[in-house]
Design a protein around this ligand. Sequence first.
Ligand SMILES: Nc1ncnc2c1ncn2[C@@H]1O[C@H](COP(=O)(O)OP(=O)(O)OP(=O)(O)O)[C@@H](O)[C@H]1O
Ligand SMILES: [Mg+2]
Length: 185
Amino acid sequence: MQELSMNILDIAENSVAANATLVQITLNGQTAQKLLTLTIQDNGKGMSQELVQRVTDPFCTSRTTRKVGLGLPFLKMAAQLTGGDMYIQSTVGVGTCVTATFTLGHIDLMPLGDVAGTVTTLIQCNPQVDFIYTLTVNSQSFCTDTRQLREILGDVPLSTPQVALFIKEYIEENSAELYTGLLNI
Ligand SMILES: Nc1ncnc2c1ncn2[C@@H]1O[C@H](COP(=O)(O)OP(=O)(O)OP(=O)(O)O)[C@@H](O)[C@H]1O
Ligand SMILES: [Mg+2]
């Protein structure tokens, strides 16, 4: 996975698979500290501590009886390559929060990719789930919340192609300047 947006898609899909009804994706860049923090928080079924251990370090265990995925290990590796890290806080029956930190300006920091497209795809493909996407760069912030969009749209589903296109452009327009701030390190 060469773009952060693909990692976001994978981790958010884990939340959807865990039956979350609300998934909060936040990207927070603090340029003075050269710190980019990604968090994906959900109210899904959660994970036991044993599972948290196993999915964070799948290659540390000799057990091969159960398939382990690569989404979380990839994100952890991507974060560590930049001098950051990834950790998971999870409670069974309550939800999960995955946090990854990256060093802004680091040569191994992968490009963000199409985050607006990723968030839009998640919204369009999972009509039963609400998503909140918040982008913060230094003191400036932008937030998209499907609960608010649903209120404005009334009976029009979020998966309507015109609505999806609108959401994507809306996120793109509001993020453009913030992204520029992130890249000018
Ligand atoms: N948000 C979450 N809530 C509950 N369980 C989770 C969550 N995220 C991950 N898991 C558990 O951790 C496992 C590993 O996740 P990971 O993304 O690394 O791999 P995967 O989703 O199984 O496969 P892949 O992402 O490679 O297609 C999942 O199969 C699931 O059991
Ligand atoms: Mg996964």
